[in-house]
Design a protein around this ligand. Structure first.
Ligand SMILES: *[C@@H]1O[C@H](CO)[C@@H](O)[C@H](O)[C@H]1NC(C)=O
Ligand SMILES: *[C@@H]1O[C@H](CO)[C@@H](O)[C@H](O)[C@H]1NC(C)=O
Length: 274
């Protein structure tokens, strides 16, 4: 009994100790998170789940900056001014906890995607054009012969690109949307990634608008309302006929009983008149 109790206490103590060392992760957010261009200012916010002594910002795994914290602060802000090409990378943050003490794990990485307006936007085309029936396959082509390395397809209302594609020898990327539905309707654009170190992209080009029209109803297939009407009419007729039958049967029964009563009476009316 005693060794088991010792093992239990020891296990609990080890668990508590390991918990104290693995502080919950912070989370990192970017402001603004989209449409950042070279030269802009971006704010990175590290959200702390508990009071911290200091917070560190990591740029592609390398320590970039450290901030001493007040106990009440639950967010650490880092500003990056005059964004340069090499700033377009992944960021993480980490903190030193006060109570419990220990160092947290690093946050999930966030990507700082930067637009370089010195490059031309890609061309774009949609086939077939604009209004298409549901179920069709749609292709969107994007091209830039000179710089296009890897293309991204963006849909308005979505923060992340919806597809990416390598270009062919002519510098054209072909995106296919299979069996489109009305949910695929929307405004599409594309951009391309610039070669080199970082998360640098061309400006997004012109937009194309896709409108998927719902498939027209096939005649005869969708006869719901008329079928219901038929059911109602037939129902009323059946009710009327049943009513007439019951009425007729009742009248006949009453008539028959009267006849029987008349026949049973001695010296019935018929006889009286004779
Ligand atoms: C769409 O593409 C798929 C795969 O290539 C093909 O099997 C299908 O028949 C195409 N559908 C239409 C409507 O063209
Ligand atoms: C799409 O492009 C056309 C001209 O190319 C422009 O007039 C329109 O404002 C654009 N739409 C959006 C939502 O950007």
């Amino acid at each position: 009994m005693a060794p088991e109790a010792v093992a239990l206490i020891l296990g609990w103590w080890l668990l508590a100790a390991s918990r104290a060392q693995q502080l919950p992760r912070p989370s990192l957010s970017l402001h603004p998170s989209q449409g950042v261009s070279l030269g802009d200012t971006v704010t990175l916010r590290c959200h702390l789940p508990q009071p911290a002594a200091w917070v560190e910002l990591y740029q592609d795994g390398q320590l970039r900056s450290r901030k001493e914290m007040d106990q009440e602060q639950d967010v650490a802000e880092f500003s990056l001014t005059g964004i340069k090409q090499e700033d377009a990378v992944r960021y993480q943050c980490q903190y030193q906890g006060l109570e419990p003490a220990g160092t947290s794990e690093r946050s999930d990485p966030v990507k700082l995607v930067v637009t370089d307006h010195r490059y031309p936007p890609p061309g774009i085309s949609l086939s077939p054009k604009e209004h298409v029936e549901m179920g069709r396959n749609i292709t969107i082509q994007c091209w830039n012969k000179k710089y296009g390395a890897s293309f991204l397809l963006h849909k308005d209302g979505h923060s992340a690109p919806i597809q990416h594609q390598e270009p062919d020898d002519e510098g054209t990327a072909t995106f296919t949307l299979f069996g489109v539905t009305p949910a695929d309707s929307g405004i599409y654009r594309c951009s391309y990634r610039l070669g080199g170190c970082c998360l640098l992209f061309s400006p997004p080009g012109d937009n194309v608008t896709l409108e998927v029209i719902p498939r027209p109803a096939i005649p005869g297939d969708n006869g719901g309302p008329s079928r219901n009407l038929v059911a109602v009419v037939v129902g009323r007729w059946v009710a009327a006929i049943v009513f007439i039958i019951i009425l007729t049967v009742s009248v006949l029964l009453v008539a028959q009983r009267r006849q029987m009563q008349r026949d049973e009476r001695p010296g019935g009316e018929g006889v009286k008149w004779l």
